[in-house]
Design a protein around this ligand. Sequence first.
Ligand code: HEM
Length: 402
Amino acid sequence: MAQPTQPVADWTRDFDVMDARYVEDPFPIWDELRETCPIARTERRTGAWLLTTYADVTAAAHDIEHFSSLEVGVIDNGQVVDEENNATPYGLPPISADPPLHTWTRRLLLPWFSHARVGTYEAMTRDLANRLIDGFIANGSADAAADFAQQIPVRVIANILGVPEDMSDAFTGWVRDLLEFADDPDRVARGQEGLGNFLIAEIASRRDAPEHDLISELIGLTHDGKPLEDGIILGMVALVLIAGIDTTWSAIGASLWHLATHPKDAERLVQEPALMSTAIEELLRAYAPVTMARVVTDDTDFKGCPMRKGDKVLMNFPAANRDPLAFDRADEVVLDRAINRHVAFGSGIHRCAGSNLARMELQVAVEEWLRRIPTFRIARDAEIAWAGGQVRGPRRLPVSFP
Ligand code: HEM
């Protein structure tokens, strides 16, 4: 069980990214930190630093010599890794790897998420979005997070991996165990076991009978003249599932939350559909879901902060995106923002490999929702539930429409 934690009183010296206030409305906390203490510190859990400005987050993301990706989990639950029986001895490359492992594993994944390849999934995604809407449109109400946003990315990823779509609920459950409940060792163990056992069996079956999917292709590839080890294949495939589900679901859900609470923006997008791709970038900027961690490789002074070898550093991409020194009207959603160098997908060598896919899914989901349900609001007396920590987004979002 996760241990209940004390609410935070001092964000500069005792922050907690799992604090209920931070999960629900982190924006004023980031503003306060940027102004008073842009690199915050906590001793909670195993201790960590929190970067909140655009300049600091991007500088650390590019400094791979001092900030390693060997530990990217934002929450450390104290679980001890069983080195001998670890099915993923290389972690989840490329995201949890430094060069050289990072470089070649990333190169093997990229073709699967190219513009051209992603284009082949668009019709299926549009059809899926419409089938989901068909399921609730007559009711005049829906949970836009659970009935819609949550259902899209997991099915698209299942298609890419060639695993059964009807296992979507199980995939979603395992990924949530790993990312959203990372402070609960029992749930993390459940997620690791469920996902690990399932993927090990899938890899074994592709060895016997290859198909046209990512798992089969990875089995057929070589590096340095040798086939990829099972531990590498498992890590890469698990990463694609973990990185592609909660993240995109959160971005779709947060975008719909914004449109439900800002009806003028929804109306404008309905009137000016050509604005859509610019608006999607702005929604990604304003509601960037993903915070990642790094581990300090050697004692170093970073912007006056004495960081020690082994310290965890939280790369707060969402807070960087709201930095007024980097963006005009940083706390406003400006649908036609012309210059938008946001870091929702990270920065530097680990920049999101799936960003084309994420953008396509987000745009198709918002387009189809607005085409079928142009006017909608948060349902009366609705209780909205946000998840936070590593990936922030709404998990319950009751809306109503005429
Ligand atoms: C809106 C949705 C998404 C967001 C906001 C997002 C965000 C991110 C961020 C911030 C990183 C950088 C990690 C770091 O610096 O440590 C990252 C990496 C990555 N993402 Fe995404 N992601 C999204 C969707 C996806 C999808 C759909 C996939 C595809 C399955 C994907 C696959 C990856 C992979 C493989 C990496 C590792 C890249 C590397 O280490 O070189 N992501 N993502």
